[in-house]
Every structure is written in structure tokens, then in C-alpha cells.
Design a protein around this ligand. Structure first.
Ligand code: PHE
Length: 455
């Protein structure tokens, strides 16, 4: 695809604030509200949470900046951006593999992301029907288990969610979505605050327990699996290692300050995750639920709050609408790279490219969906299809692509050029170089090795 077509698709994100919204829209999603709490629960809480926080700022933020920076220089889709920038720096074309693995990652992630997006969409209606009224943990748990067992139901909502994603992408991301985001994102933030307030109010001492669970350092619980999971989640949560942020960077003006914009996006992303944790874990402890119960965690805990608080039905409906929207603003960013690639590499137009890629992603999604019921026994390396895809993408592909990006920026690009782009003083730039050349690559390599060592 020519640069001009790409520009057209994203032209609405040309202002700094529009760009920030798009980047934050991609970053803030199911990863923060659905995935973060259940991972924290499975990995024993604070050790995972604190490691994740450190990784977000020390590793995630610089890689985010690097993706934008490379994208802004390349001005193309991730694969050709990597290729062009590499060639212009006198390096091998093979650097395009960073882009290729990234696009493949976004393709695979969307297949399971859409299934969970479907859950969120269906929960709008469940909440609206009042099925959670006066429910306790046992009741919401049973509703969720029955829900997971109903293949047709899950399939319907997975299809609806994937269809909505495809529809928006095929149309080009219009002003409608951006405007809706401006309302939805703050709305989601306010509702999360209300939920944290509610959780603190009704669960009394359990709020303290939840706080300690999430934030009191307990380094004895840390192991290779948790560290790798925290790194993978930092990437997932910031939409890194998939060329997405690189593509967004390609529509950026020179005047945008990459470091300060990245800081805002990372802080927002972290805040949403922390608020979700503080809304959910008091309810987990107060209701005797298991923190490590896996992907169903928010769908079992939050409905307890909605079922028992004043105005809970309407708040529940609103919450799941916002959640679905947060998921949609991420899922469209996940579909975009594949569509761009097909558009560019095949004779397909944008609409056909969107339909073809969506149908394939949707079909892989069905396999993930069946992993929660009829195919739950199909396992490879002791993981079902959903876990396997999540593992392959978050714990292998994203860190490897992120590593490639940072090595490229740290070692392959002219550092004078990077300093100019970042507009840093000499001493700050020395810190930046030390981070990107040594600390981050070595840390990521060690974490990958540590994470794959047998316990
Ligand atoms: N960052 C999104 C989230 O936290 C998910 C996502 C991953 C989106 C990768 C785009 C790319 O939900």
C-alpha cells in the first residue's frame, strides 16, 4: 500500500491529542481490566505486580518510544518501516522480520482477544436483565460456568465482536469512534473509581487485605514464570512488539514530544490496571473466591458488586459497555497491521482484505472458544489452545520482537539521530543510551532464559 493510502486511513489522528488518544485506546483494553487482575491472582499478587510496574517504566516506556521513533522515521507499515530504516542506516533488510513477527503476533492475539471481547459484550445484556441481582460469589460463578459451557452463545458473541471490529476497520477509523472514545474512556475511569470506592466500602478489612496482596513486596513468591509473565504483560498491555505503535508513530508530526507522550500513556495504562485490581480483589477476598481462578475472574467478581449496590444494574450495563469499547479500540488496532499487509502485498482492496483476515482470525478464535468447553482436554505442553496462543504471543513473540526493536534502535541506528529525535540533554541521553544498549536488551534476554528454565 502506498504511504498516501495509509495516511488517509489515519488522517484523523494527526493532532497530538488525537494521537495520544489512539495510542492510549490501543493500550488500555482487556489487558488492563481482564487480564492483569487474573494474572496477578495466579502469580500470587504483589511480586508479579511490582515486577510488572518496574518493567512498564524501565523496559516498556523506552520500547514504546523506540517504536514511535522508528515509525516516525519510516513513515510506512511496520514491515516496510523496519526495512527502509534499516537500509537507510546501512543495515540488512532482514530487520523487516521484526515487523513480520509483530504482524503475526497481532493476528494471533486478536483471535483470542475477540472471544473475550465477546464475553464483555454479552455481559452488557446479562447485567441489563438483572441476572446478578443480590448474587453472591457462588451465583455469579455458576452463571459464568454455564455461560462458558454454551458454545453457541459464545460463538454468537465472538462473531458479533469480530464483526464490529471488522466493520470499523473496513470503514477506516472514523471520527465516530474517536469521539466515542473521548466519552467512553473517561467514563470507564470514573466507573472504575466508583467500583473501587464500593469495594472499599462494603468489604471493610478485605480492602486492606487486597491492598497488601497487590502491593506489599513479597519477593519470595517471585520465580522465572512470574517474571516472564510480568514482562510479557508489560508488552501486551502497552501494545508493544506488534508493530502497532510503530504504525501509529508513522503518522506523527515532528513536533510531538515522544518521551512525554509515552509517559502519559504508560501512566494511564498502569492506573487503569491498578484500579481494576483494587476494584476486584476486595470482592475476591470478601466473598471467599479464589484469586488464582483464571480468565473468568472479573466476570465472577464484578457482577457481585453490581448485583448488590444501589443502581447496580445500570452501572453494570455501563461498565460492560465501556469495557467492550475499550476492547474495541484495542481490537481495531490489532486488525489494522494484517489488513495493511494484505492490502499491500495482494491485489485485494481494503474491504476484501478486512473480510479475509477477519474470517481467518474468527476461525482461529473458534478454536480458542472451544478450549473453554468441548476442547478443554486438547492440550499441548499441558496447555489448552487458549493458553497456548496466549503463551506463544505474550511470552515469546512480543518479548522477542521488543528485543529486536530495542537492539535495532540501540545498536543499529545512528545515535546522533536518536538524540535529535528525542531532544535530550547530554546527560539524559547518556542514561537513555545505557538503558537501550545494555540494560534493556540484557534484561529481556535474561528474563527469557530465566522464564524458560524448568522450575
Ligand atoms: N494493549 C491491549 C490491552 O491491554 C491489547 C493489545 C495488545 C492491543 C496488543 C494491541 C496490541 O488490552
Amino acid at each position: 500500500m502506498s504511504t498516501s493510502t495509509m495516511k488517509k486511513n489515519h488522517s484523523q489522528w494527526s493532532s497530538r491529542i488525537g494521537f495520544m488518544l489512539a495510542a492510549a485506546g490501543s493500550a488500555v483494553g482487556l489487558g488492563n481490566i481482564w487480564k492483569f487482575p487474573y494474572m496477578a491472582g495466579e502469580m500470587g499478587g504483589s511480586a508479579f505486580v511490582l515486577t510488572y510496574l518496574i518493567f512498564m517504566f524501565v523496559i516498556g516506556l523506552p520500547i514504546l518510544v523506540m517504536e514511535w521513533l522508528i515509525g516516525r522515521r519510516g513513515q510506512k507499515n511496520p514491515i516496510h518501516t523496519m526495512e527502509d530504516v534499516a537500509v537507510s542506516e546501512g543495515r540488512s533488510r532482514s530487520w523487516c522480520w521484526v515487523g513480520i513477527i509483530g504482524v503475526l503476533g497481532s493476528f494471533l492475539i486478536l483471535s483470542f482477544y475477540s472471544v473475550i471481547g465477546g464475553w464483555a459484550t454479552d455481559y452488557i445484556f446479562l447485567a441489563g436483565k438483572g441476572v446478578f441481582l443480590n448474587a453472591n460469589g457462588e451465583v455469579t460463578g455458576k452463571i459464568f460456568t454455564d455461560f462458558l459451557g454454551n458454545v453457541n452463545h459464545l460463538l454468537t458473541w465472538h462473531t458479533v465482536f469480530m464483526g464490529a471490529t471488522a466493520f470499523i476497520v473496513a470503514m477506516g477509523v472514523g471520527a465516530g469512534l474517536e469521539r466515542a472514545c473521548k466519552v467512553m474512556m473517561p467514563g470507564l475511569g470514573i466507573l472504575l473509581l466508583v467500583l473501587v470506592g464500593y469495594a472499599a466500602y462494603v468489604s471493610g478489612p478485605y480492602f486492606g487485605e487486597a491492598f497488601r496482596f497487590l502491593f506489599t513486596p513479597n519477593w519470595s513468591a517471585i520465580n522465572g514464570t512470574a517474571v516472564l509473565a510480568a514482562l510479557g504483560h508489560a508488552f501486551f498491555s502497552l501494545s508493544l512488539g506488534m508493530g502497532i505503535m510503530m504504525a501509529y508513530g508513522s503518522y506523527l508530526g515532528k513536533d510531538v514530544n515522544l518521551l512525554s507522550t509515552a509517559r502519559t500513556v504508560v501512566i494511564l495504562d498502569v492506573l487503569v490496571a491498578m484500579l481494576s485490581g483494587l476494584a476486584i480483589f476486595p470482592l475476591v477476598f470478601a466473598n471467599g473466591l479464589q484469586p488464582g481462578s483464571g480468565p473468568g475472574l472479573i466476570f465472577v467478581t464484578l457482577p457481585i458488586a453490581f448485583g448488590n449496590m444501589a443502581g447496580g444494574t445500570i452501572l453494570g450495563v455501563l461498565f460492560f459497555i465501556f469495557l467492550t469499547f475499550a476492547a474495541l479500540t484495542s481490537s481495531i488496532s490489532l486488525l489494522e497491521p494484517t489488513v495493511e499487509l494484505l492490502e499491500e502485498k495482494t491485489p485485494m482492496g481494503r474491504k476484501t482484505a478486512t473480510i479475509v483476515s477477519s474470517v481467518i482470525i474468527w476461525a482461529i478464535g473458534i478454536a480458542c472458544l472451544l478450549a473453554f468447553n468441548e476442547w478443554s482436554d486438547i492440550k499441548l505442553f499441558d496447555k489448552n489452545i487458549f493458553d497456548l496462543l496466549d503463551y506463544l504471543t505474550s511470552k515469546i513473540m512480543l518479548p522477542v520482537t521488543g528485543l529486536g526493536t530495542i537492539i535495532f534502535g540501540g545498536w543499529m541506528m545512528r545515535q546522533t539521530l536518536i538524540r535529535q529525535e528525542l531532544n535530550l540533554s547530554k546527560s539524559w541521553f547518556a542514561i537513555w543510551t545505557f538503558l537501550t544498549r545494555f540494560v534493556i536488551p540484557i534484561a529481556v534476554i535474561l528474563i527469557l532464559i530465566y522464564g524458560f528454565m524448568p522450575e
